[in-house]
Design a protein around this ligand. Sequence first.
Ligand SMILES: C[S@@+](CC[C@H](N)C(=O)[O-])C[C@H]1O[C@@H](n2cnc3c(N)ncnc32)[C@H](O)[C@@H]1O
Ligand code: SF4
Ligand code: SF4
Length: 473
Amino acid sequence: MTPSSTSTSFDQAALSSGRLANTGNGPFLVPVDIGHATHTALVDPDTAFWALVKKDRLASTLTSPAFLSAYREKSGQFRQEMDGLRFGLTPSAVYFNPTERCNLNCAYCYIPASLRRDGRHMDQAEIERALTILKDHFAATLPAGRKPRIVFHGAEPLLNRAALFPAIAKFHEDFSFGVQTNATLLDAEAVAFLREHGVSVGISLDGATAKVADRTRTTWGGTGVYGQVMKAFDLLAGYPAFSVISTVTTANMRTLPKLVEFLHDKGVSTCLLNAVRCTLPGAREVKPADADMARHFLAALKRADELRAATGRKLVVANFANILLAILAPTARRLMCDISPCGGGRAFFALAPDGGLFPCSEFIGLPEFLGGNLFDGGIAPALASPAFAKVTGRKVEDIEPCRRCAIRHFCGSPCPAEAHEMRGGMDKPGAFCGFYEEQTRHALRLIADGRERDFLWDGWDDGVDTVFEVRMS
Ligand SMILES: C[S@@+](CC[C@H](N)C(=O)[O-])C[C@H]1O[C@@H](n2cnc3c(N)ncnc32)[C@H](O)[C@@H]1O
Ligand code: SF4
Ligand code: SF4
């Protein structure tokens, strides 16, 4: 059968200059249905360029020589920026675990129970030796004046407070310090010390009520710790460098809007509502299905927005804000999970109490990702080790179906630890593909409505330049 013929005229100049979309050397722009009433997104998956186009102007935009030429002119710059972010970073942060032990046994914890129960503390001399090595390393690798960031993490860092606090006092001019804690050991004296030394404090809470929060976060004996965490909230009230991490599971997902209300009421300005990482089997038992995760997460964002409108005070959900930033200003991202390669081993790395160096805390229970030892061999060989290369070399282009996904640079197919342990290989996607799709669609819808600022930190765009702006009349 012969196709019916139409006109054979064509624009030779457009062909030879690559001003045609989606063929040859022309820009590659994929329409993405974002579920918006009037707009569709056009995305160049390679460079993460995007445009929001009225649905009835999609065809004319995709064939507009002015639009395509303007984009083509800038696409090299987009590609360069994306490549710099993906392949050109130098580590500037460390997740420093001063102890393997923890006083809690949370249902989903990615640190193996054997370490949390029987592991070791670092002593003060070891912590100070480690900080000295890190200080020298960063002095040689970071631009002058840039303070490296160290987050004391764990297991539970405050179990080792007696060794940790003197070390913080000694080095607080050299690093930007943070502590991530389950909050059970935060007393007035500890909070006063942390405030005085400018240490940011993250605490963990999974629900607005004891009934919900204590479903996942308990002592080894199974007792909930909600009451202790509430005391910490009171002690930290008004501290600007205070944030909350909530881990979202089947046990609390339905109550996320209530949790947001609670945090907003407590004056919290930034929280993370992190989908549970499914690296270890225990976490998979409380993994929400993607559609449930997305539904409840978007309900929480809506509630945060209503509270902002009613009070003029924002509670930024930082993991969603990061997706907005990935779209609006990729290099202004604050978290490095939603990009490939992820930040593990190239924007930050993790230090175990025995000096073991891992690309990220998520790998601390997985010996094959041990890259080296801080005290024996040092940082540079670990960063260049095959163990780190498995993580720093994991690219969406090598993952099916991510290599064909239009939003691959807004998602990054996190996380490699999950892909490896839960899906069976680094070349597999992470645990929450559908959730990332829904978050990205929602972010693009907000941008189409001009509402992105309501979900971002004030001042997010200070120092951010607009590289491309075309107004199609
Ligand atoms: C490993 S803990 C270490 C610091 C401290 N013990 C605490 O609970 O905050 C750091 C954060 O990781 C979160 N976390 C632990 N296991 C997780 C998992 N499987 N998925 C997502 N987050 C997890 C915890 O809820 C906590 O907010
Ligand atoms: S308190 Fe932190 S380290 Fe301890 S079990 Fe819970 S999540 Fe893991
Ligand atoms: S995990 Fe899903 S949304 Fe993310 S890049 Fe892969 S295919 Fe795309």
